[in-house]
Write a protein that binds this ligand. Structure first.
Ligand SMILES: [Zn+2]
Length: 212
């Protein structure tokens, strides 16, 4: 058992303090219930025992999936040091900043896809849609998930004057072959050295480099 972090949350409604205990290292295989809560973004929710108000908190956490060999450091505050890497064989070490990104990263690393290629697909969808949107529109964060027909990248948006819409790139075998053709060699050369943030900014830089 990993030693827990005790987090103090103060209810914004009534001021009651709740103590929330979470392990420093979340072992996905040993605690599948918590792993599922991370993926549906309820893991960091706390409910006031006095008035029932719900809120979210964030903390430094290591999400460890020993079976698939990945480790994700949730590090909301960049200044805080990482917890030490637990012993094991890790093929991917990633850093995320919030609960939404953590859920997305877990889904990507659980899938058969390279999470860096997933990040590239997310960025390409964003780049394709952004210039087509009229002024006053808003875009959400891209979401990676396993759909019925295979992995998909979704991009929720609010189109000015039209309302809610969902951009989508279904990563079929053909689409993946196309992405691998363009980015496979550069990905193979992109060596993992320690914890890295693989997000939209990373994907933009990577794609820009490939297009030069
Ligand atoms: Zn309360």
């Amino acid at each position: 058992m990993s030693k827990p972090t005790i987090f103090k949350w103060t209810c914004p409604q009534c001021g009651k303090e709740e103590l929330v205990m979470r392990p420093v290292v979340l072992d996905a295989a040993a605690d599948p219930k918590s792993a599922a809560a991370v993926k549906d973004e309820t893991y960091f929710r706390v409910r006031c025992s006095h008035c029932g108000t719900e809120g979210d908190f964030l903390m430094n956490l290591l999400y460890a999936d020993r079976e698939r060999g990945f480790l994700i450091a949730l590090q909301p505050d960049e200044k805080l040091p990482f917890p030490p890497v637990p012993p094991g064989t890790w093929r991917a070490l990633r850093v995320v900043r919030d609960a939404e990104d953590l859920a997305d990263k877990v889904r990507a690393l659980e899938s058969p896809l390279d999470d860096r290629l997933a990040a590239v697909a997310e960025y390409l969808l964003y780049r394709k849609i952004r210039p087509a949107l009229p002024a006053g529109s808003a875009m959400g964060m891209t979401v990676f998930h396993m759909g019925d027909a295979g992995p998909e990248v979704l991009l929720p948006m609010e189109i000015a004057g039209k309302g809610y819409a969902m951009g989508k790139d279904v990563l079929t075998a053909e689409r993946l072959a196309e992405l691998n053709e363009t980015y496979g060699a550069a990905l193979a050369a992109d060596e993992d050295k320690g914890f890295r943030v693989i997000d939209r900014a990373w994907a933009k830089e990577f794609v820009d480099r490939c297009e030069k």
